[in-house]
Design a protein around this ligand. Sequence first.
Ligand SMILES: Nc1ncnc2c1ncn2[C@@H]1O[C@H](COP(=O)(O)OP(=O)(O)OP(=O)(O)O)[C@@H](O)[C@H]1O
Ligand SMILES: [Mg+2]
Length: 126
Amino acid sequence: MTKKIEAIIREERLDAVKAALTEIGIIGLNIVPVRGRGRDGGIKVQTRQGSYVVDLIPKVQLNIVLSDDNVEATIEAIRAAAATGASGDGVIFVLPVDEVIRISTGERERAAITYQGDIDTRRVKA
Ligand SMILES: Nc1ncnc2c1ncn2[C@@H]1O[C@H](COP(=O)(O)OP(=O)(O)OP(=O)(O)O)[C@@H](O)[C@H]1O
Ligand SMILES: [Mg+2]
């Protein structure tokens, strides 16, 4: 089955996360800048004049559509590279994907067939 990982991470961890994914052969991905809040509702900023809350913090959303077999290794690679141990490290969502259509060829990859677009095919074929 084909899945989609939506990982919301710290902007400053993006390079490390991309490198960790390349390391395990996960190549296809896209990123979107997002602003959001977690269950703690943002961060409290203290100034001499008092304190206020910034509730929408800039983060990066990493989107990866991949075959089921690669989900656990990908989650682990993202976690290991994105974690600082502090709150605000982010979250990883895993969603089902129905179908993938490659625009150049019109080729369809149904959910029943594993999607290999995430993988470095040069390595797999070697
Ligand atoms: N339930 C959610 N739905 C969609 N996006 C979310 C959700 N929770 C968090 N996010 C996104 O993830 C970012 C980071 O969340 P954060 O790491 O603070 O999650 P948390 O659940 O509060 O965990 P922690 O205790 O580690 O802070 C948020 O800024 C937001 O963009
Ligand atoms: Mg939080």
